[in-house]
Design a protein around this ligand. Structure first.
Ligand code: CP
Ligand code: NVA
Length: 274
C-alpha cells in the first residue's frame, strides 16, 4: 500500500514495480483522495490500511505523520520521504557508489547546497555508518546542517560542514547535490504562492554559488563522480554539462531504486517472520 501526500516519479514507480516483480501488487493512494483531514485521523487510517496490506510505504510532509502511521500500523512502514529523511534513496545511493568505487569506507562524499535537507540527512547518516567521510558544503552559517543527523553521523565517522567550496571539495570522491527548495504544498493559496516565489528568489542568491558545475568538479579528485537523487532542476543546483556528462551517475542511482526497493521488500518480508 502506497500512501503519498507529495508527488513522486522514481519512488512510486520503483516501489510499485518492485512489488510486481516479486509477485505482489500495490495500491497507490494520494492522501487527498482519502478522508484524511476531513474527519478521519491518520492513526485510524493506518490501523485500517495495515489490516489489508503487508507493507505501507508513506511519503508525508512531516516526519511526525510517518511516525504516527508506524505507531498505528500492524505491518512494516517504509519511509518514502518526509521533510527530514529519504532513507530508500540513501540505500540506492550508497549501493551505486559501491558499484563504482568498490567500497564506501574512507571515501570522501561532498554534499553541496542545502545541507539540511532530507536527502542530505539520510545520506550523511547512511554513508557515515559505512565509514565514509562526509563534507557538507553550503551556506552553512545561514542554512546549517540538522544537528540531530549531524551529531548522530559524527558518532560513526568524520563529518564536517564547510562554507568554503575549495576546502569542502578538496579530494572529494563524490559530489552530490539535490534541490535547495523542498516540494511545495499541492494546493497553495495566492499568499502562499507569493511567499514561495520570494523564498525562491532569496535562495537562488544564497545557493547558486554552491551549484554543482564544472568548476566545482574541477576542485574535487580527478576521478570524482557527480550524483543527484533527481528530479534535477537543470541550470539551478546542477548544470546540464555535469548532469549529462560522463562522470555523472545520477541515472544509475535512479535505476538502482528498483533493485534496492526489491531488497527492502524482501528484507522486510523475512524480518516480519522472525
Ligand atoms: N528521488 C526521488 O525520490 O524522486 P521522486 O520524488 O520522483 O520519487
Ligand atoms: N529533497 C527533495 C527531492 C527529493 C526527491 C524534496 O524533498 O523535495
Amino acid at each position: 500500500m502506497l500512501l503519498f501526500e507529495k508527488p513522486s516519479l522514481r519512488t512510486r514507480v520503483s516501489l510499485e514495480t518492485a512489488a510486481a516483480q516479486l509477485g505482489g501488487h500495490s495500491i497507490y493512494l494520494e492522501t487527498q483522495m482519502t478522508h484524511l483531514g476531513k474527519g478521519e485521523s491518520l492513526a485510524d487510517m493506518a490501523k485500517v490500511l495495515s489490516s489489508y496490506a503487508d507493507f505501507i510505504a508513506a511519503r508525508m510532509f512531516d516526519q511526525s505523520q510517518l511516525v504516527e502511521i508506524a505507531d498505528n500500523s500492524s505491518v512494516p512502514v517504509i519511509n518514502a520521504l518526509t521533510d527530514l529523511e529519504h532513507p530508500t534513496q540513501a540505500l540506492a545511493d550508497v549501493y551505486t557508489i559501491l558499484q563504482h568505487h568498490g567500497r564506501i569506507k574512507d571515501l570522501k562524499i561532498a554534499y553541496l547546497g542545502n545541507v539540511a535537507n532530507n536527502t542530505a540527512n539520510s545520506l550523511m547518516l547512511t554513508a557515515a555508518k559505512l565509514g565514509a567521510e562526509i563534507a557538507l558544503v553550503g551556506p552553512v552559517k545561514d542554512y546549517p546542517p540538522n544537528s540531530l543527523y549531524f551529531n548522530k553521523a559524527r558518532e560513526y565517522s568524520k563529518v564536517f560542514a564547510y562554507d568554503s567550496l575549495e576546502e569542502g571539495l578538496e579530494d572529494a570522491d563524490i559530489l552530490y547535490t539535490d534541490t535547495y527548495l523542498g516540494m511545495p504544498a499541492l494546493v497553495q493559496s495566492k499568499e502562499d504562492a507569493a511567499r514561495r516565489e520570494l523564498e525562491i528568489e532569496k535562495r537562488n542568491k544564497i545557493f547558486l554559488p554552491y551549484q554543482l558545475n564544472s568548476k566545482a568538479m574541477s576542485m574535487a579528485a580527478k576521478t570524482a563522480l557527480a550524483m543527484h537523487c533527481l528530479p534535477a532542476h537543470r541550470g539551478v543546483e546542477i548544470t546540464d554539462d555535469v548532469l549529462d556528462g560522463p562522470r555523472c551517475i545520477a541515472w544509475e542511482q535512479a535505476a538502482n531504486r528498483l533493485l534496492l526497493n526489491k531488497a527492502i521488500l524482501l528484507y522486510l518480508s523475512e524480518v516480519d517472520k522472525v
